[in-house]
Design a protein around this ligand. Structure first.
Ligand SMILES: C[S@@+](CC[C@H](N)C(=O)[O-])C[C@H]1O[C@@H](n2cnc3c(N)ncnc32)[C@H](O)[C@@H]1O
Length: 194
């Protein structure tokens, strides 16, 4: 299987073919971040692209926020438009080889960018990146797409089967505060490392 590599995604950024980028921090993640009291949490946003959620988290006091993407173009752009965000928190790395430990990992259109055959590997890697009791929180598509992905969709029962092998599923439910174009097509989920 040929997985979508860094050159595929870099090309998408070069061509401006970034239809996934909503241009602002996604509402479910914003509202989740807003209600967290402890802003010292170490937060990772993998496959974070242009980093709208990273900019939001940092601005709201999550100073230990890390934005990771193996495509350099969005990180360079992010760095220019967010000069206050520490360069050392911009990780131009492959998620699958990244090393680190986090309290919270935010999921926003990264899981759906990976080929479904990589989903087990995603879970295994996430497990190594989370502290005990650390959480993955975010949104997943709850629909299948007609066109060949990315994005690759899915459904709640497949997700539950997959994630329950690795994590406690704290929440997995239709997302009530999706952005308008994704309404009815997303799940909000929260997984906790055992
Ligand atoms: C669909 S885009 C989503 C970007 C961002 N989360 C957003 O919502 O705008 C997927 C992103 O994941 C990145 N990506 C895909 N596979 C990756 C990997 N193995 N390691 C790091 N980044 C990866 C791509 O470069 C791309 O920026």
């Amino acid at each position: 299987m040929n997985y979508l590599d860094e050159s595929y995604w870099t090309q998408r950024y070069e061509q401006g073919a970034t239809g996934w980028d909503i241009g602002y921090a996604s509402t479910p993640l914003v509202q989740y971040l807003d209600q967290i009291e402890n802003r010292d949490l170490k937060v990772l946003i993998p496959g974070g692209g242009n980093g709208h959620e990273a900019a939001y988290a940092f601005e709201k006091g999550f100073q230990n926020t890390f934005l990771l993407d193996f495509a350099k173009i969005p990180l360079t752009k992010f760095s220019k438009s967010n000069p206050q965000f520490p360069d050392e928190n911009l990780l131009n790395e492959d998620f699958f080889t990244h090393e680190g430990v986090y309290d919270l990992i935010l999921e926003q259109t990264f899981f759906c960018a990976l080929h479904p055959d990589q989903r087990e590997a995603y879970c295994e890697k996430m497990k190594t990146l989370l502290k005990p009791n650390g959480k993955i929180v975010g949104v997943l598509f709850s629909i299948e797409f007609e066109k060949q992905g990315p994005p690759f969709g899915g459904n709640i029962s497949d997700y539950e089967k997959l994630f329950s092998k690795y994590f406690d599923i704290i929440k997995m439910e239709p997302c009530y505060n999706s952005i308008p174009p994704r309404r009815g097509a997303e799940l909000f989920f929260m997984l906790q490392n055992q």
